[in-house]
Structure formats: structure tokens, C-alpha cells
Design a protein around this ligand. Sequence first.
Ligand code: FAD
Length: 588
Amino acid sequence: MQEIVGESLARRLVDWGVDTVFGLPGDGINGLMEGFRRQREKLTFVLVHHEEAAAFMATGYAKATGRLGVCAATSGPGAIHLLNGLYDAKLDHTPVLAITGMQETSVLGSHYQQEVHTPLLYHDVADYNLMVTNPQQVPGVVDIAVRNALAKRTVSHLSFPNDVQVAAAGADPYRHVSPGEPPMSSPVLSQPTVPAAQDDLARAAEVLNAGRKVAMLVGIGARGARDEVLAVAEKLASPVVKTLPGKMVVPDDHPLTTGGLGLLGTRPSEELMEECDTLLMVGTSFPYGKYLPSPGQARVVQIDVDASLVGLRLPVDAAVTADARLALRQLLPMLQAHSDRSFLEKYQRARDTWRAEMVSLQDPSRHPVAPQYLMSCVDAAASSDAILTCDSGTIATWAARHWTIRGDREFYLSGNLATMAPGLPYAIAMQRAYPGRQVIAFVGDGGFAMLMAEFLTAVRHELPIKVVINNNNSYGQILWEQIVLGYPEYAVRHRQPEADFAAWARACGGYGVKVTDPKALPGAVREALAHPGPALVDCDVNPDEPPMPGKVRYEQAQHFTEAFLRGQPHKVATLASVARDKINELRS
Ligand code: FAD
């Protein structure tokens, strides 16, 4: 059988170590599908129900493994559907290759059906972005696309016209002047683990040694540097503050960390940022400048592998362009041990108080179920190496504060795109990458409903993911944002009837249980986690539970009060919830 371009593409992906393509076929990629079919022994095609999910899966796969994620979609609508997931990859610095179809070259430009020029459409999202027009380009351009995605931790895109997909591999219909051999090299990328320059390290050490109240802010870029982060923090007597994606860098129960920063962060982290005189940022592009020290308050050292991302939020006194682990190792012997540990100890005490407050919110006696209690039940029952994925919404707050990173646990969400709906597809892809691990999607009813057909994907591919739905039948985060802005809530609560997602799980052939009674919750969660196949717990939670900031600001309190005075439709229920935890702060 003659090799076609579709197969040549698939073979080259296999050469690069790709074992999974997430996607959906269509008449724009039949030649590519035939190529994937011919390589099916080495390359699994995970058939999904929506291309957006395929792109999230490729992103989740790459986030969890550090390897290339690959997704495929047909021309026109399929390619358009991929976009949101691809932006998730781009904004979170994740290597993903998107493969799309295109109409035949002979009809391009004729307003043909589904003639969407995907390289133009993908101009902003893809760093390497090409329509393949000659079979001779393959596999050379595949190599370049893969290298770009991996080296720059971003999105590459290749689009294949229908006729090119099924053309004989290596054919060259247009040759008249030889351009030389098409580019092709070994399918290996030598990733530089960038060590730091001595001058940069010396400057960084000088700033850190001079500090009296040193704080560290670590992000997902420090993921492979847990030991080094802790060793440096110990020496500098520095509390370690974590970004939300960086939650898994240091265990939540480690004495040196005060937890997260930002709206979903902790009060001690926020307050120590206001007090520190020196800040060491490692592997982070934390976006919220208002939670960082005021300009001039602290001297700043920043370590990042990408020099173009240094100094985005704060003026930097010492910049170190290097891999976090290497740089911290190099820096450690240059640091003087700080004997005054009072700054650290002050915030360790504040952290203990904060944790006790968080535990008190996990109140099992509340009815409807408190979302904090739901998250705590999952936290208590999950294994020590469980992976938790999450969506954007109030669930991110509950996960940030009540999912404990300990042991080898991991945590993923759409950080910088902050899109709804990746939690379920991420979990599916991560389960595929790590068949033996417990993978839990902790999602809201809003995000789950967007791509809920993918639960069927999990059942059909025998991927035993667990889904826990924090079901408030509303867009809870937006509800609170409207209130904090000073507006009465509008169009954020769904009407009745409420969806029964457990019934959907069972209809798919999975395990599904609906929980409304807090007493039934721990057992239901344990049973679902113990189930050998895909399982779902749909838990009704209190829709009026506020995802309160660690430290309530005066303007937020003022807007909140004003919104109530203007007639908040659910004010009694809302006030009842708020009163339980932070009403005193709102009144102050
Ligand atoms: P990134 O922005 O991805 O930055 C990582 C950095 O590490 C990059 O600069 C990269 O170049 C660098 N890097 C990568 N590899 C290495 C290496 N080997 N060595 C050195 N450097 C490396 N986030 C919060 O922190 N607090 C919040 O309260 C918060 N609220 C959120 C609420 C919702 C609903 C959602 C969806 C998201 C929220 N986020 C929050 C996430 C937030 O939007 C950002 O995504 C996040 O703060 C950025 O985290 P990061 O800096 O760790 O990751």
C-alpha cells in the first residue's frame, strides 16, 4: 500500500514519541484519519464529542506530562471549535500541536463550503502556523512544528488540504527548480536546562542577603524545584507564597508555606506581601499586581527561564534568566542563613489561625451542603498521589483552600485563560497519561454542562476518572462579582428543573450518585472514588455561599452593602451564609 501524506504525518508523530491524538473526524480530515488508522498500533486516537474538549485534552495531557499534546479537527467548524483549548495552552505556556483540515487546494479562494482559512484564524494563537501545500514538506515541517511547540512551550498548527492528505508521500507535483532537500532531522529536541549566569546570581544573592523580611512567591515554573525552593526558604527564613497553578510546588501542610495569593489566596500571604522588604519570585508570571508589594516597598529578585517575562508586574532589582531548579541550586551556597526568623514565625502563626478558620467553614452540619465541606470530603478520601483538575468559577476557590497538596498530589486548572469547562477533559487526558492514578475533576454544574458529553468519552475509552460536581444550579462566581460590583444579581441562576447529572452518568454506563444530604456525602464520595470505572458525584451545594477574598477590602464591603440596599433578590439566604463567616469583616 502506497504511503500517503496522512500516514507520513502520523509516522513522524510516533517518531517524536507521540502516543495519543485527541480529536474528532470530519470530511475535512479523512486522509489524516486514514494515516492515524494505519499507525493505530502506536498512536491511539481518542475520539471525543466536541473539538474544544480535544484541545483541552491535548493541553491537559501536556500540562501533566511535560510532553507534547496533540489534537486534530476537521476543516471549518471543527478547527474553530479547537480554538478555546488552544488559547488555554498558549496562555499557560503548554506545548500543543493542532492539526486541522482544509478544503482541496483546487477550490481555495472560490468561497467553497467550509472554506475557513485556519492559518489566518490561528494567527494569534499559534507560534508556528502553516498550511501544508506540497507532500514533500512532510515530515520536515512536522519536525519544525513540534520543535517550536516544545522549545517555546506554545501552540503549533499544521493545516492539511484534503488533496494533500491523500497524495502519495514524497510526491512533488509542482517541481521545476529544485530547492534542495526538504528539512528533516532527528526527532529529538535538546531542551537547554539553562543555568544562571554568575553575575546575575551574585546580584541576586546580594539583594537577598541584605533583606530582613524576605518572602518567596513561587509559580508553576518552579514545579520541579520543590526541594530547592524549601532549602532556599529555610535559609532565608522566608515564608513561601504560592500562585494558584503553583499550588503543587510545595505541600500545603509544609510549615514554610502560607498558601496562595490573590482573590483565592490566604490572608497571611496577602499581609506578608504588604510587609516584606525583599521578594524572591521563582517561575511565576502572577498577574495581579495589586497583591504584590507596592513599588519601592521591596527589592525584587526574579528567576524565570524566559527573559521576556521578567519584570512584568514589578521593577526587578536582580533578574536571573535560568531554569528554577538549577538557579536555586546555584544560589543556595551564596546565601547567608538568616538568624532572625521573626518575620517567618509571625506569618506561620497567622497561617495556623487561617487554617483553623478554613476548617471551621468545612462544617458538616450545614444544609444545603457547604461547598467547602464537599471539597474537604474529597480531600479526605483522595489518595496521596491523586490529581485534581478544576474549572473556573467558585470551585476554584474551594479547591484553592480546601484541596490539600500533600505527598505527590497534583492540581491543574486553566490559569491564565481562566476558561470554563476544561476540568473534565483535562481529567480524561491525565487519566490516559497516568492509568494507575486517581484523577478527579472537581467542577461546577456550569462548566460540566458545557462539555458533559465527554463523560461518555471516559466511559467509552475505559478511563476511570472521577467527577465531583459542586452543583449550585447557578454561575456562582459571576453572582458574587455582580454583588461586589454593587449590582443586584442578574441572569446568573438557572431555572428549575435542576439537571440530574448523576442520571446522565448512569445513562452513559458509568456510576452516578446524587447527594443532597450532608450526612450522606463522605460515604458517597468514598464509594465513587473506590468505583473501578468512571464515576460521578452530583452534590447540591448552597448557591449562596460566598467565595470570600482572604482579606475583604473596604470597596468590596461598601459595594456589597449597597447592592443589598438596592434589593438583592436572595438577600436573606445570602446574608445567612455570609454571616457564618465574614459578615463582621464586611461591616467593618
Ligand atoms: P504562569 O503564568 O504560567 O507563569 C509561569 C512562569 O514560569 C512563566 O513566566 C514561565 O516562563 C516560567 N517558567 C516555566 N518553566 C520554568 C522553569 N523551568 N524555570 C523557571 N521559570 C520557568 N492565581 C493566583 O495566583 N491567585 C488567584 O487568586 C487566582 N485566581 C484565579 C481564579 C480563577 C477562577 C482562575 C481560573 C484562575 C485564577 N488564578 C489565580 C490563576 C491566574 O490567572 C494565573 O494563571 C496564575 O496566577 C499564574 O500562575 P503562575 O505564575 O504560576 O503561572
